[in-house]
Design a protein around this ligand. Structure first.
Ligand code: PLP
Length: 391
């Protein structure tokens, strides 16, 4: 029962030239131990059965692959299907990975989960699953983010998590990562560091791929049942790259299926990034001439990151996947278009993938099928979109 499909990864965690582990010595041993446990349990039938039961009973999987009939008619080209990660408990794909990693943590004997969060989405998903699975939960958050995301801080506290406001440095995501890593090294026997996207040092990108692969495992079965054939393309937004790698996974070895990742032009790492080591791994990164990560400014908090998971850098390098960028205007249009034609308000992140579909579907054949990964629901973004539309 092998869940993960596709790309080859070396023992050291390299996808082609990208990935690996660039961390201090103390952390190296801790990550090696994590890798060992992951190898032991990733395809263990009992472990997977437990994981799948949580997905079914708590997350609400499998979620539908919805035919977007009105959007298809309106665009008058390829047939469009939406993979409904927005219908998961907590409203996005992040919970798939969170539950998998907590189960792994329990196998390792940890009773305490730590994570860092920027906008708060990963923090809320982690606090949610920790409450249900009876784990202590500590969320590190930069003090600036604590101030801006007051409501998410309260949500995490309601769920029983302790939110630590990080005053060091600029009080941003990077500083929260540093503090969380320090905690991890000091407390690794009792504590598990839960990473929220397909980034970070080896073995995290492989772990996140493994637990998000359920998205394409389901969508492939669903499309074969509905259409009797595979899609022409699978399209997903890319921040760190976890929903995209999950949406791509079971199609990577199907060379006739195009894989398309979509980023904001304001954070187009795949288009303008150059190779660098950032946050403990080698990948494409937006950087200035001195090698400092460039500030990004996306309207979608989940895509506002100057780096990307190493597997995506490799998929682009080998030309197995294509990466494109869409503008804020195209995203706002897509957001409203799915709301009006399909009765679904998508997350602003997911609206990036839809914006790309709106650009490409009309010139495609009516026999073509597109699967768009609707990574999350848009309730969290409604106030922001109202403000943007009024400007
Ligand atoms: C966090 C998030 C993303 C971006 O993260 P990836 O790791 O690139 O998937 C995309 N969509 C939603 C709804 C999110 O919450």
């Amino acid at each position: 029962m092998n869940m993960t499909q596709g790309n080859h990864v070396t023992e050291e965690g390299y996808f082609g030239d990208f990935g690996g582990s660039y961390v201090p010595d103390q952390l190296e041993g801790v990550l090696a131990r994590l890798h060992q446990f992951f190898q032991t349990f990733k395809d263990d039938p009992e472990f997977l059965e437990e994981y799948e039961e949580y997905l079914q009973e708590y997350v609400g999987r499998e979620n539908p692959l919805t035919y977007a009939e009105r959007l298809t008619t309106k665009l008058n080209g390829a047939k469009i299907y939406l993979k409904r990660e927005d219908l998961n408990h907590t409203g996005a794909h992040k919970i798939n990975n969170v539950i998998g990693q907590i189960l792994l943590a329990q196998k390792m004997g940890a009773h305490r989960i730590i994570a860092e969060t920027g906008a708060g989405q990963h923090g809320v998903a982690t606090a949610t699953a920790c409450a249900m699975m009876n784990m202590d939960c500590v969320i590190y958050m930069g003090k600036e983010d604590v101030r801006r995301q007051e409501l998410n801080v309260f949500r995490m506290e309601l769920l029983g998590a302790e939110v630590i406001s990080v005053e060091q440095g600029g009080g941003r995501l990077k500083d929260a990562v540093d503090e969380a890593l320090k905690d991890f090294v000091e407390n690794y026997e009792s504590t598990f560091y839960l990473l929220g996207s397909a980034v970070g040092p080896h073995p995290y990108p492989s772990i996140v791929h493994h637990f998000q692969a359920v998205i394409s495992k389901e969508s492939k079965q669903q499309i074969l049942l509905k259409e009797g054939r595979l899609p022409s393309a699978v399209i997903a937004c890319v921040g760190g790259g976890s929903n995209a790698i999950g949406a791509f996974s079971h199609y990577i070895n199907e060379s006739d299926v195009r894989l398309i990742g979509v980023e904001p032009v304001e954070a187009a790492t795949m288009t303008h990034g150059t190779p660098a080591v950032l946050h403990g791994f080698k990948s494409l990164c937006l950087q200035d001439e001195e090698g400092n990560p460039l500030p990004t400014e996306s309207i979608a908090a989940g895509l506002d990151y100057p780096g990307v998971g190493p597997e995506h850098s490799s998929l682009q390098h080998t030309k197995r996947a294509e990466y494109m960028a869409v503008t804020k205007k195209e995203v706002l249009h897509a957001f409203q278009e799915v709301a009006r034609t399909e009765g679904i308000i998508p997350a602003l992140e997911s609206a990036h993938a839809i914006a790309q579909v709106i650009k490409m579907a009309p010139s495609m054949d009516k026999d073509d099928i597109l699967i768009v990964n609707l990574s999350g629901r848009g309730d969290k973004d409604v106030a922001e979109v109202k403000k943007l539309l009024e400007e």
